[in-house]
Structures are given as structure tokens and as C-alpha cells.
Design a protein around this ligand. Structure first.
Ligand code: EPZ
Length: 427
């Protein structure tokens, strides 16, 4: 297993382009299951999770190529056995989102139950409720969720998809993809408004789907009989962009993140402004401005919420930033009950952090000192790398495969910004 070795303490300086959004690409790939024709996706990041989803499509009989320059061509002809088994679904929760497209196209599907994960209990009840409302009969057999459409196919319905924490990105995508091929009209209420949902809807519309309202809490779908192939360029990854902006902010350097959509990051940028971090932004870039080493940021509270609120996928990175701010910050996680694995690792760097219920209490200190850290989840690992960039001495982040699920060649990108970071193998 690889590890990242970081000699911290240098302000970063330079430009980093934003890659395509992992969480958008994953669902664009599942959308390819809705047609026999080729779906061409551009700006696809070369990530482990993307290859996992490609493996699932291939397992279902699809022909998928990943060409240089980030172009994926996916053509899923006849699907003889609409099954996504445990050994593939367990690697990545998003695999469960093949259920909706498969039952819509094939009339039946069998997908392993994804189970919980390090972020806490992650139920799929809303996915199931939504598909049942469209007429699917859902049962659980041997740990798999089995969905069967009625004889005439799925039928449009009015469905509320809200969750205790607001909305579900995955359930919205799963049910939306089933509804586009259902007969008649579906009104999906309480749906997620994340930019990745809008990107999926735009791709589906190009494939011939009739969808109104994506990006708002109500989506109306008029079912169609079939979808065709298309070409779609995925949106930039707002979480990757936010992570590199945080790298500029935490090191007090000048980092220009290009090719991003600052409007997808409004609550995060608002928090950065409140913390006193100087930055400039344009239509498709954000640049952190240098700060003196004695010029500390102000402690700033954030609470994670569905979009357009502060994203849960930037919570861990924000905690790292606040470990060095002046004062006490309260960072409250409202989406995933156990998304705090990074806290115990940050303690090893000397950070003053503790947890009370759903809130991380972060008492900012003047400096961190390097240590051996263990990555436990994707965004938490990114937060540890960020902290390592400012800690004095050497920080080694072990089990770095988590980072490779969501950040394309992170060490190369950070090195291009002047960071002293290298990958070593053989942990
Ligand atoms: C997506 O996960 C993202 N993953 C996550 O990114 C992201 O953190 C999350 O949305 C929230 O923004 C992908 O897009 C592949 P949810 P998802 O369903 O869809 C509850 C990353 O680091 N819920 O929106 O699985 C659930 O427990 C990853 O890139 C139900 O109660 O998340 C949670 O509290 C991690 N019942 C809330 O909804 C359900 O049936 C939001 O989860 C489904 C969800």
C-alpha cells in the first residue's frame, strides 16, 4: 500500500486545473445503462472509483473504453443478466445506483445491498421507496436487493424523496433514472439540488429524456419509450477545487484553481471570507492571496447541509484549516453521523480537536508538527494531507488508496504548486 510523505511548511504557489467531477461521472456512467447506443463522456478523471464503475458496466455486458484525454465511451448493448454482485458493490456505494436504470430498462435487476460504511449507517430506504412508488416490487434475497417492474413496465408517480438530513443525492439519481423510462408523469419532490444532479439531468435530456426542474427541490419527468446515445462533458469537481483552495488557504500561499465553477462553492467561499482568508475569484477560477506567516485566519463555524449549504465533502478539510485559526470553531456534521475519522489523526499532529455529538470543537493553535497518520476515508485523507502541508517536519499519510478514489494524482498536482510531497510504496 502506498503512503504520501510530506515535508511541510512551504506556502504553495501556482496554478492547478480542476478535474471532472467524480460524483457526476459515476452517475453519467450509470445513465449509459439506459440506452443501447454509445454514451461518450468527456473530461473524465482517471480515478479508482471511475474504473470500479466501468468494471460494473463491463460485468453487465457493456463495452467501455477509457481513452487518453479523459474520454470514456460506454456502449451497453443487450443486458442478459442485470446483476451487480457484492464483490463490486462493496467497493463503492455509488454502484447501488445501477438499480434504477437496470429495472427501468430490463424490467428486473438484482444489486447487492451496499451496507454501512465508515461515514456511518447509510440506508437505502429512500431509493427503495422511490422505485416502489414507480411500481417496482422490491425484495431482499441473500443480501441482494431484487427489483421487478410490473408486466407493462414502471409507471410514473408522485414521490417524496426527502430524508432526515434533507435530501439524498443517490436516491434522487436512482429514481430519476428509473422515471425517465416509466410510463407517464413523475413528480419527484424533496430531491437533492446538487450540481451533479443537474449535470446528470442535462445528459439525460440530451439522450431524449423529458425532465424539468433539476437543481430545484421538485423534478418533473415525462417518461419516454427509449433513450439514445449522446456526448457529454462532465462538470468540474467542486470538492477537488475546494480542497486545492484550502491548500492555498492553509499554507498562506497564492494558489489559483482554474476551470472550476465558483458558483458551486458559494457557501464554502463565504466561510473562507468569514475566516478572513484573502482570495479573488473570476468566472471560472479562485485564487487565494498570500498571507504573512503570523497572519492567522479567524475561527469560523460551519454546519454541513445539502447543496447549496456547506458541503459535507469539505467538512474534514475545513477542520484541518481551523486547527490553525485564531479561536474556537464549531464544525457541525448534519449529513453523515460518523464522518469524524480524521479528528483522531489530527490529534497526532498536535491539533486541539474534540467531538461533542455531531460537532467537532476545534481550538486553533499556532502550529502543527509532522507525524505518521492513517487515512480512513476519502475526504478525511485529503484533510490529513492538507494538515501535513503546514505541519513542521515530516508527515506520512498511510493507506493512501482512499485518496486515489477521488483525487487524480494529488501528489503531482501539489508538487506543481511547490509542495514537498512524494509517494512511496510498500507500506
Ligand atoms: C453522495 O453520496 C456522494 N457520493 C457523497 O460523496 C456525498 O458526501 C453525499 O452524496 C452527500 O453530498 C456520490 O455522489 C457517489 P446521500 P450519497 O444519499 O448519495 C441519508 C465523496 O466523498 N439517506 O445524499 O450516498 C444518508 O444516510 C462521497 O465523494 C437516507 O436516510 O449520499 C445521509 O444522511 C462520500 N436514506 C443523507 O441521506 C436513503 O435511502 C444524504 O446521503 C439515502 C440516504
Amino acid at each position: 500500500m502506498d503512503r504520501l510523505v510530506i515535508e511541510g511548511g512551504r506556502p504553495l504557489e501556482g496554478t492547478v486545473p480542476t478535474a471532472g467531477a467524480k460524483n457526476a461521472v459515476l452517475s453519467l456512467l450509470t445513465a449509459a445503462l439506459l440506452t443501447e447506443e454509445e454514451v461518450r463522456i468527456e473530461n473524465v478523471p482517471d480515478l479508482v472509483d471511475v474504473h470500479t464503475m466501468i468494471g460494473i458496466l463491463e460485468g453487465l455486458g457493456g463495452e467501455v473504453s477509457f481513452e487518453p484525454g479523459g474520454v470514456v465511451r460506454a456502449k451497453v448493448g443487450a443486458i442478459h443478466d442485470p446483476v451487480a454482485p457484492w464483490d463490486l458493490v462493496r467497493k463503492m456505494r455509488a454502484s447501488f445506483e445501477v438499480l434504477g436504470p437496470l429495472v427501468a430498462r430490463c424490467g428486473r435487476a438484482r444489486v447487492s445491498y451496499p451496507g454501512g460504511c465508515v461515514l456511518g449507517l447509510r440506508p437505502v430506504d429512500v431509493h427503495i421507496k422511490g422505485l416502489e412508488a414507480l411500481g417496482a416490487r422490491i425484495t431482499t434475497e441473500g443480501g441482494d436487493v431484487v427489483a421487478e417492474a410490473p408486466r407493462g413496465g414502471l409507471v410514473g408517480a408522485e414521490i417524496y424523496l426527502g430524508t432526515a438530513s434533507g435530501s439524498s443525492v443517490g436516491a434522487t439519481r436512482n429514481v430519476l433514472m428509473a422515471a425517465v423510462l416509466a410510463k407517464g408523469t413523475s413528480v419527484l419532490e424533496g430531491v437533492a439540488c446538487e450540481p451533479e444532479i443537474v449535470d446528470l439531468a442535462q445528459c439525460l435530456i440530451k439522450m431524449g429524456a423529458k425532465i424539468l426542474g433539476a437543481g430545484s427541490p421538485t423534478i418533473v419527468v415525462e417518461g419516454v419509450e427509449r433513450l439514445e446515445g449522446t456526448c457529454h462533458r462532465v462538470i468540474p469537481d467542486r470538492i477537488e477545487a475546494g480542497t486545492y483552495i484550502t491548500a492555498g488557504a492553509i499554507t498562506g500561499g497564492r494558489v489559483r484553481v482554474t476551470g472550476c465553477r465558483p458558483e458551486h462553492l458559494s457557501s464554502f467561499l463565504e466561510a473562507l471570507r468569514a475566516a478572513g482568508c484573502p482570495f479573488e475569484r473570476g468566472e471560472d477560477w479562485v485564487e487565494t492571496q498570500p498571507r504573512g506567516s503570523a497572519d492567522r485566519l479567524q475561527a469560523t463555524d460551519v454546519t454541513t447541509q445539502p447543496h447549496p449549504g456547506f458541503p459535507t465533502d469539505l467538512q474534514a478539510q475545513w477542520v484541518s484549516l481551523m486547527t490553525l485559526a485564531d479561536g474556537i470553531s464549531l464544525v457541525t456534521e448534519r449529513i453523515f453521523s460518523e464522518r469524524y475519522m480524521h479528528l483522531s489523526e489530527l490529534l497526532r499532529l498536535g491539533a486541539h480537536v474534540r467531538r461533542q455529538n455531531q460537532t467537532a470543537i476545534v481550538e486553533g493553535i499556532e502550529g502543527l508538527s509532522g507525524a505518521h497518520l492513517t487515512a480512513n476515508d476519502l475526504r478525511g485523507s485529503a484533510a490529513l494531507v492538507l494538515a501535513g502541508l503546514v505541519a513542521t517536519g515530516t508527515t506520512e499519510v498511510h493507506r493512501v488508496y482512499h485518496i486515489d478514489r477521488g483525487y487524480e494524482r494529488i501528489e503531482e498536482r501539489l508538487r506543481a504548486l511547490g509542495a514537498n510531497i512524494r509517494r512511496e510504496s510498500g507500506d
